[in-house]
Design a protein around this ligand. Structure first.
Ligand SMILES: [Zn+2]
Ligand SMILES: [Zn+2]
Ligand SMILES: [Zn+2]
Length: 136
């Protein structure tokens, strides 16, 4: 059973979503909190954490976990439609990538092991063009 969000929570959620809409990079809750503070929002860091978690659970934002175990969030143009990411390890820039053959391959491979209701997460990380240039 889920309780209805209170008006205050709804407003804070809206502020967080609008901040997410302004930047297309994957950022941590801490970084999104900084963005909000620059926009003179008074939303606290704990609220940002909780809101991002619940937005990720409902599929309104995408979440990825970095090698160091940090969760990064981004609002994707693909919305809650199934898609994959190509993400820059350094700056968090990301592309939505579509690999149609992969979907069929994954489902088929799982089926050969007797699995159905297949779900998967694919993420490719690297250095974006900008970051690669900066390291040279
Ligand atoms: Zn995405
Ligand atoms: Zn980059
Ligand atoms: Zn897929």
């Amino acid at each position: 059973m889920t309780s209805k969000p209170k008006p205050r929570q709804t407003r804070q959620r809206a502020e967080i979503l609008s901040a997410l809409a302004t930047a297309g990079d994957f950022r941590s809750a801490q970084q999104w909190h900084d963005v909000l503070r620059h926009e003179s929002s008074t939303v606290g860091l704990a609220t940002v954490y909780r809101a991002l978690q619940s937005l990720a659970e409902s599929g309104e934002v995408d979440a990825v976990v970095t090698d160091s175990g940090e969760t990064l969030y981004r609002r994707c143009e693909a919305g809650d439609e199934h898609h994959h990411h190509l993400r820059c390890r350094r700056c968090g820039a990301a592309e939505e990538i579509d690999v149609p053959d992969f979907e069929a391959w994954a489902t088929q491979l799982a089926a050969t092991h007797g699995y159905s209701s297949i779900d998967h997460t694919v993420e490719i990380t690297g250095l974006c063009g900008e970051c690669a240039k900066a390291t040279n």
